[in-house]
Design a protein around this ligand. Sequence first.
Ligand SMILES: [Zn+2]
Length: 310
Amino acid sequence: MIDIRYFSDNLKILYNDTSVLFEKISIEIVDNFEDDSFGDTSEVMGSQSINNNEVIIKIHENWNNEYVISHELLHAYFIGQNYPDHIYHGKFNESIRTLMIARQSIYNTVLHKLIIREQQRREINIDEELNQQIQNILLTNVAEIKKDSMVNPGLVLKLFDLLVLYDFRKEEFEKFLIETCPREYKFAKRLANICLQNEYDNPFKTRQIIVKVFKKFDLILKELGLPVLHLNKWIEIGFVPRKYQLNSSLENTFFIEETIISDMTAYRLISKVDDQLSYVVAKTHYKLDEMRKMLLEDFYKIFNIKYTLS
Ligand SMILES: [Zn+2]
């Protein structure tokens, strides 16, 4: 367990601001991460999950510092502020490993733009760690990268994260990336531009950006002749309704399908505007036709779903 008394004042404030949004926060130090944490650049240093309104943060013992702790707290903080989370409902098996890594990585990277900005706004000391991170990029073993003759989609996602997360210091490492992995860089830049050229500072816009990057990544896979993941179809990204939609029936906003997920009969609600899976709920006594006619506001009440208006 980490003792917050040793945190800086600014980190304590962030800890308290996050605490009020959840029932409990626990932060523990681990010496390795189990297989279920699909790391991105930052998440191999730490991870966070939310279970029954409790935030569980794990920090790797080598990365027990304010940069990583505040980073993980801010992931939870944004979800607590009703920014969309990302959920996969099926069972995990090896065949969907790529899907799981891509969903985690893309979601995290989109949020990282908000996280680094919030760390700066709160004047949390991150410079020392950032220097280290950028040094690590520049020390990457180039021979290791170049031996691959195919474009590596995992590396595309990694570069995408670096370009978004460290954008304000890109002049220190971007040239290196262009020289060492020009093909991956080109695709990563396309994804990064979606985040960097659009402003998003609320749940509605953030959801739009996640959906756009999901779609763009599938297009890149297609262009590379690789199997498409259909992230929009498999990963639930909660809907952010406009006020008028609350009093409108579900079928006006969503396509509703009955389906079986992990041996459970469920309804999938897919947003009509952007084809994004928005909710998966267990089938109750409501028939498909009753679901279609149900008002969105009632749906949230009946299924006990938290939402925020756009
Ligand atoms: Zn992160």
